[in-house]
Design a protein around this ligand. Structure first.
Ligand code: ADP
Ligand code: MG
Length: 618
C-alpha cells in the first residue's frame, strides 16, 4: 500500500460529506453547549478582578456575596453544558462509527474470492473494529477542540488583551519557536500510526488463524511456535505504538515550554508595572488566571493535530477498502432468473488464476432435472466449475448459461437464489439449530420444518440434543459431528427448495455409517432438481444420469457408468482402483498407486481430525 494515498483535506472532506453532515443539527446544539462551557472560563478569569480589587484589597463585604453567587452559577452552568455536549457528541460518534462499519461490511461482502484471498479475515476484522474506533475517537476530539477549546481560548485571549495587549503579545513570544518542530512531529506520528495500523491487522490475522486452526496447532504441537510468532509481532507493535505516542505527546510538551517562556516574559515585564503602580493586583490576577486557563485547551488543541494524524492513518486504510473496485457486479438491466429446474451449460469456458490455466475451453451440459457427476483427479477444476456457476469467480472467456440465460445477465442475488450448495465442510453459524436451518426466514410453517427434519435425517439425532432445535451448534457447528452438520445443511437446502443442487464432496469426510444416512438424505434432496455432484467415492455416483470425466481443466470423456466402463479409460481405471477386491492394485495405468493412496488418505484426514477435535473439546 502506498503512503500518502489521500491528503488530510481529502479525508476530512470525505468523512464530513458521507458521515458527519447528516448530524449537523445535533452537532450545532453540541457546539452551542461547548461554547457555553468554553466561555465560562473567560468569565471566571474576569471575576478575579472584582474579587481581588473590591473584596480582598477594597474590603467590600457586599461584593463578597454576589461574587460568590456568580461563581457558583458559573460552575453549575459549566457542569450542565459539559454533560449535554458529551451526550450529544457520543451519540453522533457512535452513529458515525456504526455507519462506517456497516458500509465496510457491506462492501467487503460484495468482494469476490480473489479479494478475500488477499485480505484475510483477521485483517478485515481489524479494519472494521479497531480502525473505525480510532477514527471516531479522534474526530470527536477534533470537534470538542474546535468547539469548546477554541472558543474558550479566543475568549480568554480577549480577556487578556483587554487587560493589556502588550502583555498578551509577550505571552505568545514562544509560539514561532514551535511551528517547525510541531510539523515534524506530525509527520512522524502519521508514519508511525500507519505502521501501527498495519501491524494491528497482522496481529488480528494471526489470532484468527490460530483460533480457527486450534485443532491442527494442538495436534502438531505448534503452541510454542505460534506463541513466539505472536510475541515477536507484539513487540514490534508495542515499539511502534510507543514511538507514535512519543510523537503525539511531543506537541503538548512543546506547548508547555512555549507557555513557560510566555509566563516568564509577562512576569518580568508586567511585575515591574505593578510595582510601579500602573496596574492593580486584580488586573494582574485576571490576566494570569486567563493565561493559566489557556493551558489545558492549548495542550488539547496541540494534541489534536497528532491525534488527527493517527485517525488519518486509519481513515486511509478504511477508504482504501471502501474504494477497492468490485470485480463482480450485477447487470444494470437484469433478466429474471428462469423458473423450474433448468439446463446448466458451460460453453468454451476458460479461467486462469494468475498465470495458471485452471479451465481450458471447457464445454459441459447438465440436463434439467437430471444428475450429472463430475469426476477427475484433485486439482482437475471440478470445484472451480461450481464457483463459476454461482459467480464466485467469472471466467476470462466463454459463457455460462442457466436455462438459456447468461449468468451475468441476472442479478447476483437471483442467480445465487437458484442454487443450494453442499460441500465437504458444512458452514454452520454459532446459533441455534433452528436458526441454522431456516436462516432468518419467517414464512416457514411447522409442518414444512418437521418434514424437512425427517427427510434430512436431522430428526434422528434431535432427541440426543438437550435443547432439541434450540441447541446452539457452537462456532462453525463444532458441537455437532461431521455427519450431523452435513444433515443440517441438507435440511437447510431442502427448505430453500432451489431448482439447482451442487454437491461438492458432500460425503467425503464422513465415516461409512454417516455416509449412508447423509447419502440417503441427499438422494431425496436431488429429486426433481438439476443436480451436479462431485464425489471421490465413485460408488455414490454410479446411478448418475451422466458422468463427466475431467482432467486438467478439460472434459476427457462423458457418458453413463456402463458406457464409460465399457469404453475403458480414466473412469474405468479409477473405478477398478476403488473396487479392487482386497488384493494389491496392479492395473493403475498412469494414476500411480501412491497418488491414489495419498488421495484416499487426504479424504479420510478431516474425519480423523474432526474425531480427535471432538475428543479434545467434546
Ligand atoms: P478440484 O477438481 O480438486 O475441485 P479445483 O477446481 O478446486 O480442483 O482447483 C483447480 C485448480 O485451480 C487447482 O490447481 C487449484 O490450485 C487452482 N485454484 C483453485 N482456486 C484457486 C484460487 N482461489 N487461487 C489460485 N488457484 C486456485
Ligand atoms: Mg474440489
Amino acid at each position: 500500500m502506498n503512503d500518502e494515498s489521500y491528503t488530510s483535506a481529502q479525508l476530512m472532506r470525505w468523512l464530513w460529506r458521507d458521515y458527519l453532515k447528516k448530524h449537523t443539527g445535533i452537532m450545532i446544539v453540541a457546539v452551542f453547549f461547548m461554547i457555553v462551557e468554553g466561555s465560562t472560563l473567560g468569565v471566571l478569569a474576569k471575576l478575579m478582578e472584582p474579587m481581588f480589587d473590591r473584596v480582598f484589597v477594597g474590603g467590600d463585604r457586599g461584593a463578597l456575596v454576589w461574587v460568590g453567587l456568580v461563581l457558583v452559577g458559573i460552575f453549575a452552568l459549566r457542569a450542565l453544558a459539559t454533560v449535554v455536549q458529551k451526550v450529544l457528541l457520543t451519540r453522533v460518534a457512535q452513529r458515525t462509527a456504526a455507519d462506517l462499519r456497516i458500509d465496510l461490511l457491506d462492501q467487503m461482502m460484495r468482494q469476490d474470492g480473489a479479494f478475500h484471498q488477499s485480505h484475510p479475515p483477521g485483517f478485515l476484522v481489524q479494519r472494521v473494529q479497531s480502525d473505525v474506533n480510532a477514527v471516531s475517537d479522534v474526530w470527536r476530539a477534533v470537534i470538542t477542540g474546535a468547539g469548546r477549546d477554541l472558543v474558550g481560548l479566543v475568549i480568554l485571549m480577549g480577556v487578556a488583551i483587554a487587560i493589556d495587549p502588550i502583555w498578551a503579545l509577550l505571552a505568545m513570544i514562544g509560539v514561532p519557536l514551535m511551528i517547525l518542530p510541531a510539523a515534524i512531529a506530525q509527520r512522524f506520528v502519521r508514519a508511525r500510526s500507519r505502521e501501527a495500523r498495519d501491524l494491528g491487522a497482522s496481529l488480528s490475522t494471526r489470532l484468527d488463524e490460530v483460533f480457527h486452526g486450534i485443532v491442527q496447532i494442538k495436534l502438531n504441537a505448534l503452541e510454542a511456535y505460534q506463541a513466539r510468532q505472536y510475541r515477536e509481532l507484539t513487540r514490534t507493535f508495542i515499539r511502534t505504538e510507543v514511538r507514535a505516542a512519543f510523537g503525539n505527546s511531543a506537541i503538548p510538551a512543546m506547548i508547555d515550554i512555549m507557555s513557560g517562556i510566555g509566563f516568564m516574559a509577562v512576569i518580568v515585564y508586567g511585575g515591574s508595572e505593578i510595582i510601579a503602580g500602573n496596574k492593580t493586583i486584580g488586573e494582574f490576577m485576571t490576566f494570569f488566571t486567563a493565561l493559566g486557563f489557556m493551558f489545558s485547551p492549548l495542550r488539547r488543541l496541540g494534541a489534536i493535530s497528532g491525534l488527527w494524524q493517527m485517525a488519518a492513518a486509519a481513515l486511509e486504510r478504511i477508504k482504501e477498502l471502501l474504494d477497492a473496485p468490485l470485480r463482480l457486479r450485477s447487470p444494470a438491466q437484469p433478466v429474471p432468473a428462469p423458473t423450474g429446474p433448468p439446463d446448466v451449460v458451460l460453453k468454451d469456458v476458460s479461467l486462469s488464476y494468475g498465470g495458471t490455466k485452471v479451465l481450458d475451453a471447457l464445454n459441459l451440459t447438465a440436463k434439467a432435472g437430471e444428475t450429472t457427476a463430475l469426476v477427475g483427479a484433485s486439482g482437475a477444476g471440478k470445484s472451480t466449475i461450481f464457483n463459476l456457476l454461482t459467480r464466485l469467480v467469472d471466467p476470462q472467456s466463454g459463457q455460462v448459461q442457466i436455462g438459456g440465460t447468461d449468468t451475468n445477465a441476472m442479478t447476483l442475488n437471483d442467480l445465487r437464489g437458484m442454487f443450494s450448495v453442499v460441500t465437504q465442510e458444512a458452514l454452520l453459524f454459532d446459533e441455534s439449530l433452528r436458526e441454522n436451518i431456516i436462516l432468518g426466514r419467517t414464512d416457514v410453517s411447522d409442518e414444512d420444518l418437521q418434514q424437512v427434519l425427517q427427510d434430512a435425517h436431522v430428526a434422528d439425532f434431535l432427541p440426543q440434543l438437550d435443547k432439541g432445535l434450540d441447541t446452539r451448534v457452537g462456532p462453525r457447528g463444532s458441537a455437532l459431528s461431521g455427519g450431523q452438520r452435513q444433515r443440517v445443511v441438507i435440511a437447510r437446502a431442502l427448505l430453500r427448495d432451489t431448482p439447482i443442487l451442487l454437491l461438492d464432496e458432500a460425503t467425503s469426510a464422513l465415516d461409512a455409517q454417516s455416509e449412508q444416512v447423509v447419502q440417503d438424505a441427499l438422494d431425496r434432496l436431488a429429486k426433481g432438481r438439476t443436480t451436479i455432484v462431485i464425489a471421490h467415492r465413485l460408488s455414490t455416483i454410479r446411478s448418475a444420469d451422466k458422468i463427466v470425466v475431467m482432467d486438467r481443466g478439460q472434459v476427457k470423456d462423458e457418458g453413463t457408468h456402463d458406457e464409460l466402463m465399457a469404453r475403458g479409460g480414466i473412469y474405468a481405471d479409477l473405478y477398478r482402483l476403488q473396487f479392487r477386491d482386497g488384493k494389491t492394485v496392479t492395473d493403475t495405468r498412469g494414476l500411480g498407486a501412491g497418488r491414489a493412496k495419498a488421495r484416499r488418505k487426504e479424504a479420510q484426514q478431516p474425519n480423523l481430525l474432526q474425531r480427535l477435535g471432538a475428543a479434545l473439546f467434546g
